[in-house]
Write a protein that binds this ligand. Sequence first.
Ligand code: ADP
Ligand code: MG
Length: 665
Amino acid sequence: MSETETDPLGQPVAALAGVGGERASRLAKLGIRTVIDLLWHGPRRYEDRNQPHEAKALAKGDTGTVAGPIVAAGVKRMRHGKSLFEFILDDGTARLHCRWWNMPYMERYYKTGDFVHVHGKLTSEKPRTMDHPEAEVAEEGEEFIHLKRIVPVYRLTDGIKQRWLRAAMWRSVDQFADLVPDTNPGLLAGDDSHWLRLPEAFKAVHFPDDLGQTELARERLALEEFIRFQRQIRERRKIFQAKVKALPCGGDDRLVTPFLDALGFGFTGAQQRAWGDIARDMAGSHPMRRLLQGDVGSGKTAVAACAALRAIESGFSVVVLAPTEILAEQHHRVFSRWLEPLGIPVYLHTGARKTMGDPGQAELNMGNSKLPPLVIGTHALVEEKFALENIGLAIIDEQHKFGVEQRKKLVRKGQYPHVLVMTATPIPRTLGLTVYGDLDCSVIDEMPPGRGQVHTHVRTPESLPKVWGFIRDQLAAGRQAYIVYPRVDDEGGGSLKAVNQELENVREQLAPHAVGLLHGRLKSAEKEEAVAGFLAGDIKALLATSVIEVGVDISNATIMLIENADRFGLAQLHQLRGRIGRGVHESHCILVAGEATDEGRRRLDVMERGVDGFALAEEDLRQRGPGELLGQAQSGLPDFKFGNLIDDWRLIQKARDLVARELAV
Ligand code: ADP
Ligand code: MG
């Protein structure tokens, strides 16, 4: 006999009384295949049918449940073939009109005299009206499930009705909840919070006696999900560590020490700690899997360079993956400057430029006493064609720009190399513990000394003349500026500024200072020329799209003007602002927006308050939700039924601690 036949919770829902093959296939659309899946399908919300709202007490815009008999019902035919089905419910306090457009068949289900519960939003008070409310007719003999109690309301799908699902759930909870094995009781016993047993939690989450129970029950079930997920992470890691031996990168400091000596600055305490973590990992017996987090400008690159040198002095080559050509070029410049004097070949490998094979300065200097190379590239590194011998370390910059798959593909170019991923987009705590839960984490939470302050100003388009005047003054004083617009080209919409259309205007505003142009659709050579000109100071202002968002490091730039700023995401605005404040001078970030949505306005407020990156990341998660925030990086994350990645940080942390303790004994 198979596992599912012996396990009542694992049996397919089709085996339940009242659920046929047809219904079972529809339930599968909700992810419900087995009895236990059904129990994990939690209510979307609850209705207190002990205490419905008085129809009279609802004001326009209020949402509520009202119960009473239908006193009139019928379909009205309207012009243009439209129809309106309406019934009027009278709960003794007032009459409530419930209307459905173009659903004339509703007439069959709701008849005068039926007792109904409706839930919806009052769209008008004269007469009291709800459009397309949820409605349910009370039937004899079912009082204890659908009426006179706190009633669960579930997410549905085509062919699955609320009453049917609720009744099926009632029977299943009754029959199966007590069979759900509780988590290892020892695991939660030591914990100071009081946790429900799982069977109790399932009962209370579906059919609570009072609303106060539901959150306790939800938390218990969410905790269970997080515990399982953390166990999975740990298991995966254990298997990986048992299977894989690390490439020996203990090093001997013969490259790291001269690098640090020549660097021209000392590491901050936070950089030292991060480098300490990395050096320990690389000397260890398991391949490093480490996330290096640090706000923009905190100095991650220099720490990554130490890691690279450690691999190279141990006899291994290094790959560095960057999200854009501009950033790859910049890394190429920086790493060449740092590493070539030590005799290390540094190559670039992007779609547009591949320098492997051209002898670099290092090879010319060193003849044939060759050290393993460092190769920096974009997505081109991930492609089939790219191969490099003896990879000891893969560095992935701005991790959030890549998916889990790309990371894996790069890593598979070697034999389980050490992996260092870097991100300047602070990861909200919940995601740090889940999505990135398989990585150890070092945080650089200290800025290098001698940085000028960054001031943020929110302005309307009317004040642009003054803003341009201010920027001209700054340029005259020797500073440089970024001017950022959301679009490359005006695509006819007209409301968003586009760099190609605005170039002449910006040149005029900033004359006599030279203005350069940078956006993603330029040829590589043109991009390089723009960045090089800006670096050299020949170009005073760079008119750009958000391509400059990641990583560009030019310390004399102190002005960031962003127009249509309300159209950018929080993380993006934060990254853009991170391009300034890198030198000793004071910097100014000017966010210009006209009419903005509430959300847009809120983002600008958050920016102006100048909160740190972590608080900002959490605000961003709250506004956009994990799906949009993570994009493709999300793959690999389970679909939590009760757990909430926005609010459940404490539960996630708790699950992690509990599982760590469980595995330690
Ligand atoms: P991140 O990649 O974290 O955004 P970078 O590594 O680009 O930051 O560093 C920003 C700038 O600060 C670079 O010019 C870098 O050389 C410089 N820098 C890094 N660490 C220090 C330090 N400890 N002291 C002074 N300058 C530093
Ligand atoms: Mg960087």
